[in-house]
Design a binder for this molecule. Structure first.
Ligand code: HEM
Ligand code: SF4
Ligand code: SF4
Length: 683
């Protein structure tokens, strides 16, 4: 994959996020908390699922009726619970896929950061297993389609001794065996999913698993609205003797199912395997040399543990002191987990540019950008600035190209993440009168590439997290690129009263003023439109467009055969001399070679060959039954059928022949079977 699709995707997400930030506000922007919304959907699915299960009968004969009773006899709570269960499951797929695309777009899975991506893949697979088995349980025509198509898919894999499809060949063959297995998987898979979701975020410090409260209420409201306006209902009752021409398909869960009919199960497996392989390789796609990891400088580390608390990737720990200093602990970097973001540098209380040492060093530093270099560069690039709107822009490497307005009369200091900036550097800029204003430029609101850089920066400036920006620093001279009108900020700088520091300032540091917001009524309309559109699309794709699996005038013919042919060599008694030649444990009075003859089959319809094939017996020694399972879509109406079988090893001619004229109704499922001893039967 080239870099271009990623760049394009990134730009698209950037534009969408900008709209969502305006409409929802930065705190409620759903695009930057997709994982948290995923968790929310999971819990809705789990709670509604437990409710449904109380009323559900897991036997195949009663399943449809119990789901119908739940939907119609208790339409409020039962119907709503069922709809919530379905739509939250659809939401889970949608959220997981958009989240996957977004993480890919922002390359948050490259190299050492593979863990989140790779553990996301089983999460995705388990979501699909849970959903597909769920559709099976309703036992309506969609469930029938899911059962028959899944069986066709599974039969391609060399997992089962005989085709599972034979379980669904018609109403007579139908057994509860698989249905019960599906009920079990439908409970086990979501539990396993929960485990993998936990593993998925296991390496993330302060992972966001709850959406912002306001957003949670909005999402829950839209889900409930959708459940009431478009309740989830069953389709017609399943009947394996009939195939319904068109069924409503859930395109979130079953988009590949129509391909099974079009391309065959083997091709769909290849497609799936290929997709999984590509996804699995994504973290290791070509990339630059990884940056050196953070390095602890024991001379300056007092073991306070702030870096451990602030590292977004759990790459730091406090360990017993290994040097002569009197402190109890020291910070230790786990190089495999360190992504060189520098957030730990921003959190270290010793990282202050006011230190008089000519070569100052913090307790922890990034070797590629020591703070002493940052200070020198800052002082040097500020020297030529003049006028009343001189700017220092502390910019994160992921902030993209800075606008012309930010580059004019400005000194720009880049760093891997804005969370690397020790707040004392802002104080330093104003104390030394290096500039009149400071802009902190990071990724979009709440979408920090290194997860927590923006959050920690905002909290440090607001005095909510150590190390604070001192209260004396004028907040009106600082702007966050993700939450401010930078043009207005720039213009306003020159008109501010002369900068005076030195006093203690306000007793408690104030947070920065919030950036521009749309008026509330406009935001409310925007939110209603966006969430309404999302709910509408979910409701629509959950059943439509319908999938036409059979033409109006078509019927289905199935060939379902399981036949143990005669053995190739007959049993013959051994002479005493032959017996003596055998090892004692191999001695038997009769020698019975086990290998059986293959089955050769021909199927003709109206004089035209529909199928011809040879099927070897199963088993390692070809000593089991040969099985044949084939489905054909044929025109309905009267037609002649001939089926012939050779099972005795003869070179030509047939051992079993069955023929006749049949008249098929549209949608009828006509089955030809063969049973040893009985010959062919059809119905
Ligand atoms: C509905 C299923 C999923 C849920 C609930 C979920 C949840 C989360 C959460 C909560 C985070 C942490 C966000 C943060 O606090 O920064 C996260 C990060 C991530 N997820 Fe997912 N995720 C899901 C599916 C996936 C899938 C399918 C993939 C891709 C295969 C994926 C890839 C990632 C990556 C790459 C990260 C970032 C890791 C990093 O920052 O190093 N996730 N996910
Ligand atoms: S924040 Fe600095 S002083 Fe504190 S433990 Fe980490 S490196 Fe050491
Ligand atoms: S550079 Fe980032 S990932 Fe590495 S230890 Fe510091 S905070 Fe953690």
């Amino acid at each position: 994959m080239t870099a271009n699709p990623r760049r394009w995707l990134r730009a698209t997400f950037g534009a969408l996020e900008a709209v969502c930030t305006r409409v929802f506000s930065p705190a409620w922007n759903p695009l930057v908390q997709l994982g948290a919304i995923g968790w929310f959907f999971y819990w809705v699915v789990a709670v509604s699922g437990v409710y449904l299960y109380v009323f559900f009968d897991t036997g195949i004969t009663r399943a449809y009726d119990t789901v119908e009773a739940l939907t119609h006899a208790q339409p409020w709570i039962g119907g709503v619970m069922r709809s919530l269960h379905r739509y939250a499951s659809d939401g889970l797929v949608a959220v997981a896929l958009v989240h996957l695309l977004r993480e890919f777009a922002f390359a948050r899975m490259k190299g050492k950061r593979w863990f989140g991506w790779i553990t996301g893949l089983p999460v995705l697979m388990l979501i699909y297993v849970s959903g597909i088995t769920g559709y099976w349980l309703v036992w309506d025509v969609l469930a029938q389609y899911v059962a028959v198509t899944t069986a066709e898919l599974l039969d391609v894999l060399p997992l089962f001794g005989e085709p599972i499809s034979r379980n669904f060949v018609n109403q007579v063959a139908l057994s509860s065996r698989f249905f019960t297995l599906m009920s079990f998987i439908h409970i086990a898979a979501p539990l396993l999913l929960l485990l993998f979701m936990w593993i998925h975020i296991h390496r993330h410090a302060a992972a966001r698993i709850q959406p912002a409260r306001g957003l949670g209420v909005l999402v829950a409201g839209s889900l409930l609205g959708l459940a009431i306006v478009v309740p989830a209902v069953s389709q017609a009752r399943a009947n394996l003797d009939q195939v319904q021409a068109t069924i409503g398909l859930d395109w979130f869960y079953l988009p590949l199912y129509p391909l099974v009919q079009q391309w065959g199960g083997a091709t769909v497996w290849q497609l799936l395997g290929g997709m999984l392989l590509v996804l699995g390789l994504v973290p290791w796609l070509p990339r630059g040399t990884p940056a050196p990891v953070a390095k602890v400088n024991l001379l300056n580390c007092n073991g306070c543990g702030r870096c451990v608390a602030d590292c977004p990737f759990g790459a730091l720990s406090l360990e017993p002191r290994s040097d002569w200093q009197k402190y109890q602990a020291e910070a230790v970097v786990n190089a495999d987990r360190c992504f060189s973001c520098g957030l730990c540098v921003g959190s270290c209380p010793t990282a202050t540019p006011f230190r008089s040492a000519s070569v100052f060093a913090a307790g922890i530093e990034l070797p590629q950008l020591p703070l002493v270099t940052l200070r020198e560069q800052l002082e040097k690039s500020c020297a030529p600035l003049a006028g009343g709107d001189r700017l220092v822009v502390f910019a994160c490497e992921h902030a993209g190209t800075l606008g012309a307005d930010l580059r004019r009369n400005a000194a720009v200091a880049r760093m891997p993440c804005i969370g690397m900036l020790p707040p004392s550097f802002i104080d330093f800029v104003f104390s030394r009168r290096l500039a009149d204003g400071v802009v902190i430029a990071g990724c979009g609101a709440n979408s920090c590439y290194h997860r927590l850089g923006q959050r920690w920066t905002e909290q440090r400036i607001a005095g909510q997290r150590d190390p604070w920006l001192r209260a004396r620093v004028p907040r009106e001279r600082i702007a966050l690129s993700w939450d401010a009108d930078l043009g207005a900020f720039r213009k306003g700088l020159a008109s501010l009263p002369v900068l005076r520091l030195g006093g203690r300032g306000a007793s408690k540091p104030l947070p920065l003023p919030a950036g521009p917001r749309w008026p509330v009524p406009m935001r409310a309309i925007g939110i209603a439109l966006l969430l309404g559109a999302m709910a509408g699309i979910t409701g629509l794709l959950a059943t439509s467009p319908g999938w036409r699996q059979l033409g109006q005038d078509e019927a289905v013919l199935q060939l379902s055969i399981r036949h143990a042919t005669a053995t190739k060599v007959e049993c013959k008694p051994l002479t005493p001399q032959q017996m003596a030649e055998l090892k004692p444990n191999m001695r038997r009075p009769v020698d019975c070679p086990r290998e059986r003859w293959p089955v050769y089959l021909e199927l003709e319809r109206d004089g035209q060959l529909l199928y011809r094939g040879t099927h070897e017996p199963s088993g390692l020694w070809n000593d089991g039954a040969a099985t044949v399972f084939r489905t054909f879509r044929i025109p309905a109406g009267p037609q002649s059928i001939v089926v012939r079988m050779r099972d005795s090893g003869r070179a030509s001619g047939f051992d079993h022949v069955h023929s006749g004229t049949i008249d098929l109704e549209p949608g009828q499922n006509f089955v030809i079977e063969f049973r040893s001893g009985e010959g062919f039967t059809w119905h």
